[in-house]
Design a protein. Structure first.
Length: 348
C-alpha cells in the first residue's frame, strides 16, 4: 500500500481550497498562497483544489492549471522545514475527455488523487458512469464523490457503489448525499467489496460529527465487520481549520471507547448550525462560496468575498446569520491562531 493511501486511511482533515480574487476578480496570488500556508500550518492532512469551493469556473477562465500549480508549490515549500504526509487532491469534472485531460494535468503537478465529480453525467446510465470512472482511474488514483442532488448530484444506489469499489485505483470516497440512507449505502457497498484500502470520508456538512463518531456494522460473508468514516474532505473545513484538526484528533481518541460523551452531540449540533449559515442552506446553498469567503475575509485571509461570477455573493440575511453563529459558538473559530501567523502567511 502506498504511503498516501495509508495517510488517507488514517483519517485526515482535507479542506476544500477556496479561490482568492482581487477587486477585478483576478487571481490574488498573495492571498491564495496565504490560504495554502494556513491549511498546512493548521495541521490539515491535505488540500483539495479545483473543487466546488475553488469555483468550477476556474476552467473557463484559464485558471485550472495555474491554481493547482500555485497550491502544490506553496504546500511543498511550507512543508519543507517540517516534512510530513500531505495529500494533494485535484478536482476533476466533465466528460471523459475533459476529465482525463484534467487528471493528466494534476498528475504532472504532483497531485496524489482526483476527486471525480459526476455533475456532467446526470442523464447517463450507471454503466456509462462506471466506465468513465475506470478510464479516469487509469490516469490518476480516484477519490469517488457522492454529491447531493440538491446541488447538481444524482441519486446513485448501492449497486453503483459496489461496482465502483471493484475499480482497483479507487482510493477513497467522499460521501456527501446529505442523506443517512444513501450514506449507509456507500459504506455497506465498500464493506461488501472487502476493500479495506478504500478510505471513507464525509462530505455531509450537516452531519460531520455523527459521521466521524459512528461505527457502522455490516454483515460480510457471514461475519460482522465494522467500517468507519475516517476523515473529511469539506468546504466547511476551509474555515476554522485548526479547530477542525483538533476536533478530529479528539474524535480519534474517543471513538474507540465503549461510550461517547454527550458533549460530542452538542458540538455536532453547533457545527451543523454554523454550517447552515456559512453555506446558506435557507437559500438552497446559493451563498455557500461567498459565506466561506466572508469568514476568511473577517480573519484577513481574503481581501474580499468576490467570486468569478459577479452574480454570486451573500444571500439576503446571510450575513446576519453568520454574525449569529459567530456570537453563539466562539469555540468553533481559530481567530487567535490566524492573528498570530497571518503576517507570515501573507509574506512573499
Amino acid at each position: 500500500m502506498t504511503s498516501f493511501r495509508q495517510h488517507l486511511l488514517d483519517g485526515q482533515v482535507i479542506p476544500a481550497h477556496p479561490l482568492a480574487l482581487d477587486e477585478q476578480r483576478r487571481l490574488d496570488e498573495r492571498h491564495q498562497r496565504a490560504l495554502t500556508r494556513y491549511y498546512v500550518a493548521a495541521g490539515a492532512g491535505g488540500i483539495a483544489v479545483g473543487v466546488h469551493t475553488t469555483q468550477f469556473a476556474i476552467r473557463s477562465h484559464g485558471l485550472y492549471r495555474p491554481v493547482l500549480q500555485l497550491a502544490a508549490e506553496t504546500a511543498a515549500a511550507a512543508l519543507k522545514s517540517a516534512p510530513r504526509p500531505f495529500v494533494r487532491v485535484a478536482g476533476i469534472i466533465g466528460d471523459t475527455a475533459q476529465a482525463i485531460g484534467e487528471a493528466e494535468i494534476a498528475m504532472t503537478l504532483g497531485y496524489d488523487a482526483g476527486l471525480l465529480s459526476l455533475g456532467a453525467w446526470a442523464g447517463a446510465s450507471d454503466e456509462a458512469i462506471l466506465e468513465h470512472c475506470a478510464r479516469v482511474a487509469e490516469v490518476i488514483p480516484v477519490f469517488g464523490f457522492y454529491l447531493q442532488p440538491a446541488v447538481g448530484g444524482r441519486a446513485l444506489e448501492y449497486p453503483f457503489w459496489r461496482e465502483l469499489a471493484e475499480i482497483p485505483n479507487v482510493v477513497a470516497i467522499k460521501i456527501a448525499p446529505f442523506n443517512r440512507y444513501r450514506t449507509l449505502d456507500v459504506v455497506r457497498a465498500v464493506a461488501d467489496a472487502e476493500r479495506n484500502d478504500i478510505a471513507l470520508y464525509t462530505g455531509n456538512d450537516d452531519a460531520i460529527v455523527p459521521d466521524l463518531l459512528t461505527p457502522i456494522s455490516c454483515r460480510v460473508g457471514g461475519r460482522i465487520v465494522e467500517r468507519r468514516i475516517v476523515g473529511g474532505l469539506l468546504g466547511q473545513w476551509a474555515v476554522w481549520t485548526q479547530t477542525a484538526v483538533r476536533m478530529l484528533d479528539d474524535i480519534k481518541r474517543t471513538r474507540d471507547t465503549e461510550s461517547i460523551d454527550i458533549e460530542w452531540l452538542r458540538q455536532g449540533a453547533m457545527l451543523t448550525d454554523a454550517n447552515g449559515a456559512l453555506f446558506d442552506v435557507r437559500h438552497d446553498f446559493a451563498g455557500s462560496i461567498a459565506g466561506i469567503h466572508e469568514v476568511l475575509r473577517r480573519q484577513g485571509l481574503l481581501r474580499g468575498i468576490w467570486c468569478l461570477d459577479p452574480r454570486e455573493g451573500l444571500s439576503r440575511g446571510q450575513e446576519d446569520e453568520i454574525d449569529r453563529v459567530l456570537r453563539s459558538y466562539p469555540s468553533l473559530n481559530d481567530d487567535e491562531f490566524v492573528r498570530e501567523h497571518l503576517d507570515g502567511w501573507l509574506a512573499p
